[in-house]
Design a protein around this ligand. Structure first.
Ligand code: NOJ
Length: 555
């Protein structure tokens, strides 16, 4: 047993400083603003705050274009404010995870400027160059429709440089040992300042060492092991959480067979099949995705999410499946993006229907792994489709019905909150939901508390039980604790029996954590359930308050 894997029973909350709370009234959210809401986050049950990029940046891609890896963008405050923020989180038992964007930097980064200006600069080899325009320059673009190419000509250098993302985000050449050394130094620097780990951006591209070979690069998994080793030498309990939209079969390479690479990877296949299940009522592909995942080493963990700061990427679904999700959740072409995704928040996709919102969140909270929430989803915030691309889902947090939804006292915030329509801040805000005990905010808070009382979900073995295709039934076991979660994706009531397959712990009675009702297995060991349309139930063998006998201990 490895006792201290804190991230395995954690709740991660993702926020961007610029859209959370503006304390100094300049129209941009900041560290001091976010600090004022740490008690709110603690009350919600958050264990770790994931901060979107806050380093100096021209912000042509919301900070994912870093111009100085060792700084804090003055828009958000000073270095002192950053350290105060980390400390204030720690005082509340919360950790800070920061975005680490190392596949590329900004074209304004001094390394790139030096590479352009000085032919003898060592920084030229920090980037990837080609004398001729590569034939596949139009392949592999990440943002089709707004990004034309992966190579751009530099008149200063007289050559083409490679960029997986936009042309203002030149890729770093990780085949250069000096770049790898810089990466480790950056990791060490922020750990020393108190962060508990990193959400690593675009990992498959980061480790695509042979940038020139865009379509089939050889992954440099060793880099992941080196980053892990460095992080753990500096801070034993630091975690690496990877954005890696990969096939389940590749996942073990990211975690490392011996668990010596990444701790956590976002589960994109499960996210996409989950939305398919929500859109169609068919949970079969979700079950397949859960069943086909690899056996993970003990320290490895999936991270589960519903929505994030990007589009809802549906690129891993079949064309027919994707069409079903588009039809249900993003029928208007303006709701879709990059030929593969939807640029809407969760609540509008579900028509803010409470039953559907609870079903979606209940599913996400009880999938094997660690849940990652997106700021504002706990109150059912909406999106603003009049804004370009992914900006639609990046509107400010709605705290109250006061000026700018309580986000900023500036007469002209850089990023104005949603002020009209059913998702405007007068209708959807934290203050209103705090005082309503049945609000979605309070439901979420209660559900998170319950979820954290069930460590077997984050830490245990998950079995997908046989149940009708329109339902999902998962069993978790860990250290003598056992639970079962059932969900009905259909709009009709469901009746079914479950064979729990293995001997259940305790007396075998399932206690429903929503109603406290007890169910017993029949003579064949089957439990019988009925669920209302779109219903869900969480059960614990023996209940939450049962005293359990640790395995192997005899009295
Ligand atoms: C992935 C991030 O999620 C996205 O928001 C960003 O635009 C790209 N990486 C480029 O850094």
């Amino acid at each position: 047993m490895i006792p201290d894997l804190w991230y395995k029973n954690a709740i991660i909350y993702s926020l961007s400083l610029d859209s959370f709370l503006d304390a100094d009234g300049d129209g941009v959210g900041d560290f001091r603003g976010a600090m004022r809401r740490l008690d709110y986050l603690q009350g919600l049950g958050v264990s770790a705050v994931w901060l979107a990029p806050f380093q100096p940046s021209p912000r042509r891609d919301h900070g994912y274009d870093v111009a100085d890896y060792y700084g804090v963008d003055p828009r958000y405050g000073s270095f002192g404010d950053f350290v105060e923020f980390v400390n204030a989180c720690r005082q509340r038992g919360m950790r800070v995870i920061m975005d680490l964007v190392l596949n590329h930097c900004s074209d304004q980064h001094p390394w790139f400027r030096a590479a352009l200006e000085d032919p003898d600069s060592k920084y030229r080899d920090y980037f990837i160059w080609a004398d001729e325009k590569p034939e596949d320059a139009h392949e592999g673009v990440v943002f089709p429709g707004v990004q034309e190419s992966t190579w751009t000509f530099s008149p200063e250098v007289g050559a083409w440089y490679f960029h997986r993302f936009f042309e203002f985000q030149p890729d770093l050449n990780i085949a250069n040992p000096a770049v790898q050394a810089e990466i480790l130094k950056i990791v060490g620097f922020w750990l020393q300042l108190g962060v508990s780990g990193f959400r690593m951006d675009a990992v498959p591209f980061l480790i695509a060492a042979d940038g020139i070979n865009v379509s089939n690069p050889e992954p440099a998994y060793d880099l992941l092991r080196n980053i892990r080793a460095m992080a753990q030498w500096r801070k034993g309990d630091a975690v690496l959480l990877a954005e890696a939209n990969i096939q389940p079969s590749e996942a073990i390479e990211y975690f490392g067979e011996d668990g010596d690479r990444l701790h956590m990877v976002f589960n994109f296949p499960v996210n996409q099949t989950l939305f398919y299940a929500l859109a169609t009522g068919d949970a079969a592909p979700l079950k397949d995705a859960l069943r086909t995942g690899p056996d993970l080493p003990e320290t490895a963990q999936w991270a589960n999410f519903l929505r994030n700061h990007d589009e809802l990427d549906l690129g891993r679904l079949s064309e027919a499946q994707r069409a079903c999700v588009f039809e249900q959740f993003g029928p208007d072409p303006d709701m879709q993006i990059y030929d593969r995704g939807i640029r809407r928040r969760l609540a509008p996709m579900l028509d803010a229907e409470r039953t559907r919102m609870e079903l979606a969140y209940s599913l996400m909270l009880t999938l094997p792994g660690t849940p990652v929430l997106r700021y504002g989803d706990e109150i059912g915030m909406g999106d603003d489709l009049t804004r370009p691309e992914r900006d639609a889902v990046r509107t400010p947090m709605q705290w109250s019905d006061g000026p700018n939804g309580g986000f900023s006292l500036s007469p002209e915030p850089c990023n104005p909150p949603i002020s009209t329509g059913p998702y405007g801040f007068e209708k959807v805000n934290v203050a209103k939901q705090r005082s309503d005990r049945d609000s979605f905010l309070n439901w979420t808070e209660r559900s998170i508390r319950l979820r954290k009382e069930l460590p077997e979900v984050g830490r245990g073995r998950c079995t997908v039980l046989d149940s009708p295709d329109t339902t999902l039934a998962l069993r978790f076991d860990w250290e003598g604790l056992g639970s079962i979660f059932i969900h009905n994706l259909a709009e009709e009531a469901a009746e079914f029996s479950l064979n729990c397959l293995e001997e259940p712990p305790n007396d075998g009675d399932l206690v429903c954590l929503q109603t406290n009702a007890r169910s017993k297995a029949d003579a064949n060991g089957h439990y019988h359930f009925s669920l209302e349309p779109l219903g869900y139930r969480w059960f614990r063998f023996g209940g939450l308050d049962e005293l359990i006998q640790p395995p192997g201990v005899q009295h």
